[in-house]
Design a protein around this ligand. Structure first.
Ligand code: NDP
Length: 255
């Protein structure tokens, strides 16, 4: 069996109704995994589910709507997956939101919403899933961070802080869970063309800045995240612990 073969392994990808999460889900199911899609918008989620199930079969693709910031809903969602779909082997903490406003105009409610969705969610979902994984002595957790943790940009303070926290949560989880057979790592995407960044893509000046700032001279696509996610989800990365892998076209290595 190839070190990249995920046959029969159950994977939950949070925030996978669209964008990066959906792309990673598609990559995992192509590699043999049984995937569980997640989001809050049920219509969008069931459309994504129908699409993937048509290609890979209804026994390989499931969905469960829950808000990753709601501890009770998270616990119920993980219980449902474990009892209905099977033992979780892979978790991708991908759900996230952006909120663009200068610090001086930022409401505490918006600060909190970004922290809850991007950071606290990974603790809540990670804790529930890790309880099962630790009992079985193995599992892979991939946290979707961002280059923004390194490149502080104006107007996205809570996002920058939440993604920095997520990278340190990756290390904290590793410190406690690696000895139980779990590998917890993060991927840090650069600028990826999704709904989250559509306004930036449409902004000619920003678009020029991105192309000039990125050695690869292009936006990333959600599909660019599949390879690194597959590596971190499978046996090929069994001795990789607590790392952050940058997938940014070289953005963070130049000034
Ligand atoms: P999108 O906005 O396209 O998709 C976000 C996904 O998260 C949707 O499926 C959405 O579900 C889900 N989501 C949002 N809030 C919640 C919640 N409370 N509970 C459950 N699901 C939720 O984002 P991207 O695909 O661009 O980004 C995915 C991840 O990658 C995020 O963590 C983002 O920060 C990170 N990232 C993105 C970059 C980019 O350039 N695009 C760069 C670096 C990191 P629903 O459809 O129900 O709203």
């Amino acid at each position: 069996m190839s070190a990249f073969d995920l046959s029969g392994r159950v994977a939950l990808i949070t925030g996978s109704s669209r964008g990066i999460g959906r792309s990673i889900a598609e990559g995992l199911v192509q590699a043999g995994a049984v995937v569980v899609l997640n989001g809050v918008n049920v219509d969008r989620l069931s459309a994504a589910h129908a699409d993937l199930a048509a290609g890979f079969g209804a026994d390989r693709v499931f969905f469960r709507a829950f808000d990753v910031t709601d501890a009770e809903a998270v616990a119920a969602g993980i219980d449902w997956i474990e009892s209905t779909v099977g033992p979780l082997r892979i978790l991708v903490n991908n759900a996230g939101v952006q909120h663009r406003v200068p610090l001086l105009d930022l409401d505490v409610a918006d600060w909190q919403r970004v922290m809850d969705t991007n950071l606290t969610s990974a603790f809540l979902v990670g804790r529930e899933v890790a309880r099962h994984m630790i009992a079985r002595g193995r599992g892979k957790i991939i946290n979707v961070a961002s280059v923004q943790a390194d490149l502080a940009r104006p107007t996205i303070a809570p996002y920058t802080v939440s993604k920095g926290g997520l990278r340190n949560l990756t290390r904290a989880m590793t410190a406690e869970w690696a000895r139980h057979g779990l590998q917890v790592n993060a991927i840090a995407p650069g600028y990826i063309h999704t709904e989250m960044t559509q306004k930036l893509v449409d902004d000619e000046a920003f678009n020029d800045w991105i192309l000039g700032r990125t050695p690869a001279n292009r936006w990333g696509t959600p599909a660019d995240l599949i390879g690194p996610a597959l590596w971190l989800a499978g046996d090929a990365s069994d001795f990789v612990n607590g790392q952050v892998i940058f997938i940014d076209g070289g953005m963070t290595v130049v000034v």
